[in-house]
Design a protein around this ligand. Structure first.
Ligand code: NDP
Ligand code: BG6
Length: 513
């Protein structure tokens, strides 16, 4: 029996294990899943997709009958693909148990087919090979598009016309970027829908697969103490912060066409914001959750140029090491104004959040790497300790921090009496530190998302109306930024970013956490 204290994710375990041993679909027929990684020779496939598939296999989450096919233009044999893939597999979950053996078993299920992305003939050849593994079973097919966006549609067209499943489901995972503004995103959606139904499209935002982002709803909706405070009445501001301590190294070509606002804010941070701010959904069903998220996005004010600060990193020498500027990257055009840093103030014009600034900050080549949500609460009205002891508790308000990564944690800053005979207060943390509390390692976001796609769980994938709403917020501002050729504020590689971010926050009486 399933205990009510078990989390929804843990609830999945028995279900998936059941599938693994039985290998049946819902109707009692034996089924198989063929996973095709389109763009298998690329960076994301090697770094994230194959390792996540192996981790799922290692943990017994993949169905009994499955095959993984790599597809790309590069010439490779099955053996060469296995060598390439084996370099990035790790047994991170439990190094002691049969790691090598499990890897061999997994690699034995990996194959490769070389083909063009716009060739129906090449996809028909893939189809033939897939059928050889699926014989006699219901065939379910998952295509992961791990390729540059300009070839998405060619690949979807060919996969759907020549390699769809004949008797099971066919699903396609699409990687960002989903366009670069409202128009191109709508065109992409329209083109995808020529070949796929909306429920076949799984738009990935890997931040939604991160443990602490998934936990946001649990924190809010299953603890009495948070939900009553979750509004303008008690919350002064919310901060969504992303930082990386390295530049665009190697991805400058892609990045220059997008910039940090499209790369991080319009998707990862905005998705977190929507989950954070949504009303209680009717149920945990994907459509109910996505309905609430889209309402938040549609209640937001479009971003204004005045409410954004942009920056770009410049070279810096520290400890004898010379760190490059953004435009030192050979794939970046000289004189590029693309922001590698941005800070923005956003507002949700609804009853719950009226007037509460949601501040976002995202940057590359900063002094630290991390992602966190900071919730700063209002001060205690007529605070007794301020009056009696002259302490400045108005500034030391409560703050809830959800550290998404690294070193996952949730902590609440409170005012506390320093032990002793006098009356001295300090700020302390009520701390849930994941590494100390949970011994099991946290799965990579791609593991959860791949498993969900295989199981048909759409909760963590972006629906097309969410995407439209997200682009509507940013498109007019991005056009203005680019048309006016706004010069970014230059900040040294490895620094805390432009000071402009502090002025922006100060305008809304906010201090970055
Ligand atoms: P790559 O640039 O490594 O491309 C993947 C594969 O696509 C390449 O190995 C190559 O395979 C093929 N390819 C590359 N350029 C072209 C081209 N111009 N025309 C035709 N085929 C081409 O991409 P990534 O693996 O880095 O990313 C894949 C997708 O995932 C992209 O949409 C990216 O934006 C997204 N993404 C990537 C992340 C990352 O960390 N890398 C993070 C988040 C999203 P071959 O030549 O063998 O056909
Ligand atoms: C990707 C961005 O979506 O997310 C990258 O395109 C960024 O620029 C990456 O580095 C960050 O992901 P994570 O999971 O490493 O925080």
């Amino acid at each position: 029996s399933v205990s009510t204290t078990v989390s929804p994710v843990e609830n999945k375990t028995p279900l998936s294990k059941l599938k693994e041993t039985a290998g049946f679909d819902g109707s009692g027929n034996e089924s198989t899943v063929s996973i095709t990684v389109v763009g298998a020779s690329g960076d994301l496939a090697k770094k994230k997709i194959f390792p996540a598939l192996f981790a799922l296999f290692y943990e017994g989450f993949l169905p009994k009958h499955f095959t993984v096919y790599g597809y790309a233009r590069s010439k490779m044999t099955d053996a060469e693909l296995r060598i390439m893939v084996s370099k990035t597999l790790t047994c991170r979950i439990d190094q002691r148990e049969n790691c090598g053996e499990k890897m061999e078993q997994f690699l034995g299920r990996c194959f490769y087919h070389s083909g063009q992305y716009d060739s129906e003939k090449n996809f028909a050849e893939l189809d033939k090979k897939l059928k050889e593994h699926e014989v006699g079973r219901v065939s379910n097919r998952l295509f992961y598009l791990s390729i540059p966006p300009n070839i998405f549609i060619d690949a979807v067209k060919c996969a759907s016309l020549s390699a769809s499943s004949g008797n099971g489901w066919t699903r396609v995972i699409v990687e960002k970027p989903f366009g670069r503004d409202s128009e191109s995103s709508a065109a992409l959606t329209k083109a995808l829908k020529q070949y796929l139904e909306e429920d076949q499209i799984f738009r990935i935002d890997h931040y939604l697969g991160k443990e602490l982002v998934e936990n946001l709803s649990v924190l809010r909706f299953s603890n009495l103490i948070f939900e009553p405070l979750w509004s303008r009445q008690y919350i002064r501001n919310v901060q969504l912060i992303f930082s990386e301590d390295f530049g665009t190294e190697g991805r400058g070509g892609y990045f220059d066409n997008y910039g940090i606002i499209r790369d991080i804010m319009q998707n990862h941070l905005l998705q977190i914001l929507a989950l954070f701010a949504m009303e209680t959904p009717v149920s945990l069903d994907a459509e109910d959750i996505r309905n609430e998220k889209v309402k938040v996005l549609r209640s937001m004010r479009p971003v204004k140029l005045d409410d954004v600060v942009v920056g770009q990193y410049k070279s810096h020498t520290r400890g004898g090491i010379n760190y490059p500027s953004y435009t030192d990257d050979e794939t970046v055009p000289k004189g590029s104004l693309t922001p590698t840093f941005a800070a923005a103030a956003l507002f949700i014009d609804n009853a719950r959040w009226d007037g509460v600034p949601f501040l976002m900050k995202a940057g590359k080549a900063l002094h630290t790497k991390g992602a966190e949500i900071r919730v700063q609460f209002r001060h205690v009205p007529g605070n007794l300790y301020n009056r009696n002891f002259g302490t400045d508790l108005d500034r030391a308000t409560n703050e809830l921090v959800i550290r998404v990564q690294p070193d996952e944690a949730i902590y609440l800053k409170i005012n506390n009496k320093v032990p002793g005979l006098g009356m001295k207060l300090d700020r302390s943390n009520l701390n849930l530190h994941y590494a100390a509390r949970y011994s099991k390692e946290i799965p990579d976001a791609y593991e959860r998302l791949l498993l969900d796609a295989i199981e048909g769980e759409r909760r963590l994938f972006i629906r097309s109306d969410e995407l439209d709403a997200a682009w509507s917020l940013f498109t007019p501002f991005l056009k203005e930024l680019e048309e006016k050729k706004i010069i970014p504020e230059y900040y040294p590689y490895g620094s805390r970013g432009p000071v402009g971010a502090h002025y922006l926050a100060a305008r809304y009486k906010v201090r970055w956490g």
